[in-house]
Design a protein around this ligand. Structure first.
Ligand code: NAD
Ligand code: MG
Length: 396
């Protein structure tokens, strides 16, 4: 029996996780559920899953949550704020934490779970991009296990020799030549820069293959999602930037591939449904039914692969540049992207200017070696501030 804390329970990953949990009551129990502000949705999930603890990140909503829980006759305790999240991540209610908060807001609870030696299912890629070296140190300190549930990294984990993600084994020693991340190309695949000038938020979040939160949907449309995933792969699997390739694969059936020195290429395939990766992470090393439709190869008939268009989708190149610069550059990249994406979703920034804002922040803020959490939080704030000033200059 795994006792699970779902952080970001009301989001897209949260829903997929809870679907898998509900399918296997004899294996999984949701003991902590947490969300940002959607108190009504959180209270409904509590009725269904009856966790011991429900956390609403915004303290102004704690009283509302408590009232709803009492009114429903539940014994679920209510808590709020980031301290409550961090304590629950490390506390005795759970042995497994699903880190599915979006953005840098997920960093501290992710670190707390790692430090406490939990099984950490990492969906919150922003936290490893922002603080990769610190997350790896926290995992080593806590002795827990990280199971990647971003579908590409889950695929790589499955195609690599046993436990490579946890132990940071040398890829060369395992005979690995390359990690190949697949990208759907998002809703604007094949479009030119001229065609992307007047893109609206509604167009950007309409992903062809996946139903996801708004922020990651914009990242998929700009290819920054793949950029963040390149950095994520670097930290998870100790892969050099040159060992990580990106190939566009519009069908999203091959979730990623590992190329070995003998010419073998191992891939993981499946329908685009996050429940596969989440079920794998929850049940590992076993396999359980995730409720995912079997893959019908005959109906699919073909799988296509193309190179990414780095001139149109500049965010991917910026992510490689930040990874090569190292140190705090990925922290700057992530923070600037979060600010630019939020402004785009607010109708304040043109789609193509997302890359400009990020590039300018990377130029203005020199990279430093990663020292500690306080430094990274400061770097994150500086980058957010620089991005805001840059957008004001662009008259956004
Ligand atoms: P979403 O927007 O659907 O859900 C986000 C969740 O985080 C919500 O429950 C929200 O209440 C919570 N949250 C937001 N801000 C918070 C804060 N400040 N404090 C506490 N909780 C907060 O997003 P999503 O699509 O589920 O993505 C979640 C994470 O998983 C992201 O990092 C994303 O990149 C990653 N991811 C998502 C998918 C996917 O298919 N959706 C795939 C791979 C990785
Ligand atoms: Mg992914």
């Amino acid at each position: 029996m795994r006792n699970i804390a779902v952080f970001g329970a009301t989001g897209s990953i949260g829903a997929s996780t809870l679907d898998v949990i509900a399918r296997h009551p004899q294996h999984f129990r949701a003991r902590v559920l947490a969300a940002h502000r959607s108190v009504e949705a959180l209270a409904e999930l509590c009725q269904r899953f009856q966790p011991e603890l429900a956390i609403i990140a915004d303290p102004a909503l704690e009283a509302d949550l408590r009232t709803r829980l009492l009114r429903a006759g539940l014994s679920t305790r209510a808590a709020s704020g980031s301290d409550a999240l961090n304590e629950a991540a490390a506390g005795s209610l759970c042995d497994t934490v699903v880190a599915a908060i979006v953005g840098a807001a997920g960093l501290e609870s992710t670190l707390a779970a790692a430090r406490a030696g939990k099984r950490l299912l990492l969906a919150n890629k922003e936290s490893i991009v922002m603080a990769g070296p610190l997350l790896l140190a926290a995992l080593a300190e806590g002795g827990g296990e990280l199971l990647p549930v971003d579908s590409e990294h889950n695929a790589l984990f499955q195609a690599l020799p046993g436990r490579a993600a946890v132990r940071q084994d040398s890829l060369a020693a395992a005979g690995v030549r390359k990690l190949i991340l697949t990208a759907s190309g998002g809703p604007f695949r094949g479009k030119t820069r001229a065609e992307l000038g007047a893109i609206t938020p509604a167009q950007a979040v309409a992903h062809p293959n996946w139903r996801m939160g708004r922020k990651i949907s914009v990242d998929s449309a700009s290819l920054m999602n793949k950029g963040l995933e390149v950095i994520e792969a670097h930290f998870l699997f100790a892969a050099a930037p040159d060992q990580i390739d990106v190939v566009v694969h519009p069908q999203s059936i091959v979730h990623s591939l590992v190329e070995y020195s003998d010419g073998s290429v191992l891939a993981q395939l499946g329908n685009p449904d996050m429940r596969t990766a989440l079920c794998y992470g929850l049940a590992w090393p076993q396999r359980l039914d995730a409720g995912v439709k079997p893959l019908d190869l005959i109906a699919l008939a073909r799988l296509d692969f193309q190179p990414p268009d780095l001139d149109t989708f500049r965010c991917l190149g910026l992510a490689y540049a930040a990874l090569r610069a190292g140190g705090t550059a990925p922290t700057v990249l992530n923070a600037a992207n979060e600010i630019a994406v939020a402004a785009f979703l607010d109708g304040q920034l043109p789609f193509l200017a997302i890359a400009e804002v990020i590039e300018s922040c990377l130029e203005k803020i020199p990279s430093e070696p990663v020292a500690n959490l306080a430094q990274l939080i400061q770097t994150d704030l500086t980058a957010r501030d620089t991005a805001q000033r840059m957008m004001r200059r662009l008259h956004c």
